[in-house]
Design a protein around this ligand. Structure first.
Ligand code: ZN
Length: 307
């Protein structure tokens, strides 16, 4: 990449359930502008996003969108770039990518928030040099994405790792779960709202020794064991609001080792699990910078096609 290409600016939009993070950058070390808007209605929030990009008057090569979902990430589909069957009713069937493309006349890269964050970590962060890895966000909701053999995971639609079913011992934890579709799936049992409802307290106020965290580490570890057995990732990155309780990392690492019981015979899990289950290197900007990385990748692919 030439010096001028590495300094070219891209837009990134991380669309979350409570806020939109917008960024203009060429990478984590060169951020030209940033803004946040609350997630209200598509009309209001997308208008604020479009105004932000127009007002900065910076020349952008492309824009990446990292969206909450479910979304349609298939460029060949007539509803590519739509938010589809989301439980956030105002956002159902919203042509997100189309609205941004129309207003700003730029190429648009579009993927799930977790695939984008995974791609950001692959480009600049904790997944550099890896071919197969998984990124989870554990917060208001739970989502997972990542790469297999160097390609972002898509498929029929896209993975929904947050809704995997976990063994639920109702004697230990009678809580029915908060997922409107499944009750006690991973998100239903272990998202921030699940912790808050089960214990009747804001999770941030629960001390590290509280039983809530042992149970939380157990559920997250069960999901990580399923992930290890299903995809054999070279690393798992855990981000999101719940994982800001960093004491959870050693609890999860120990519980994963206990549950796997020596079956996956690799030093990464048996001896170096603290380098195997890790926080995102890009921190709270993983999603927005991931969207920038998607935009950069799209522009490079378009350039390669032209030449
Ligand atoms: Zn669910």
């Amino acid at each position: 990449m030439t010096e001028s290409a590495s300094q070219a600016l891209y837009g990134g939009i991380e669309a979350g359930g409570t806020k939109f993070n917008c960024i203009i950058a060429s990478g984590p070390d060169h951020i030209a502008a940033e803004a946040r808007f609350p997630t209200t209605t598509p009309q209001e929030t997308l208008a604020q996003v479009i105004t932000f990009f127009k007002d900065t008057r910076l020349p952008l090569k492309a824009i990446g969108i990292a969206s909450f979902g479910p979304v349609d990430p298939d460029p060949a589909s007539p509803t590519f770039g739509y938010i589809t069957s989301t439980p956030k009713l105002a956002w159902q069937n919203t042509d997100f990518a189309g609205a941004i493309r129309c207003a700003l006349s730029l190429p648009i890269a579009f993927d799930t928030d977790v695939n984008a964050a995974a791609f950001g970590e692959y480009t600049w962060g904790a997944a550099r040099g890896l071919r197969t890895f998984v990124y989870y966000t554990i917060g208001t909701g739970i989502g997972g994405g990542g790469m297999v053999e160097g390609r972002l995971m898509h498929g029929l639609i896209h993975p929904e790792m947050g809704h995997m079913r976990l063994p639920h011992d109702r004697a230990r934890d009678p809580f029915a779960g908060v997922c409107p579709f499944h009750g006690d799936c991973f998100e239903g049992l272990a998202s921030g709202p699940a912790i808050a409802q089960r214990w009747g307290a804001d999770p941030k106020t629960l001390p590290p020794a509280h039983d809530a965290w042992r149970l939380e580490a157990h559920y997250i570890a069960l999901a990580m064991v399923n992930t290890v057995c299903m995809l054999s990732p070279q690393r798992i990155i855990l981000g999101g609001g719940v994982m800001e309780q960093t004491f959870l990392f050693p609890m999860i690492q120990n519980e994963v080792q206990r549950l796997l019981n020596g079956y996956i015979n690799h030093g990464a899990i048996l001896e170096r699990i603290e380098d195997y289950i890790v926080p995102p290197a890009l921190g709270g900007r993983a999603g927005a910078l991931g969207a920038v990385a998607l935009a950069q990748n799209l522009a490079a692919a378009m350039h390669a096609q032209e030449t």
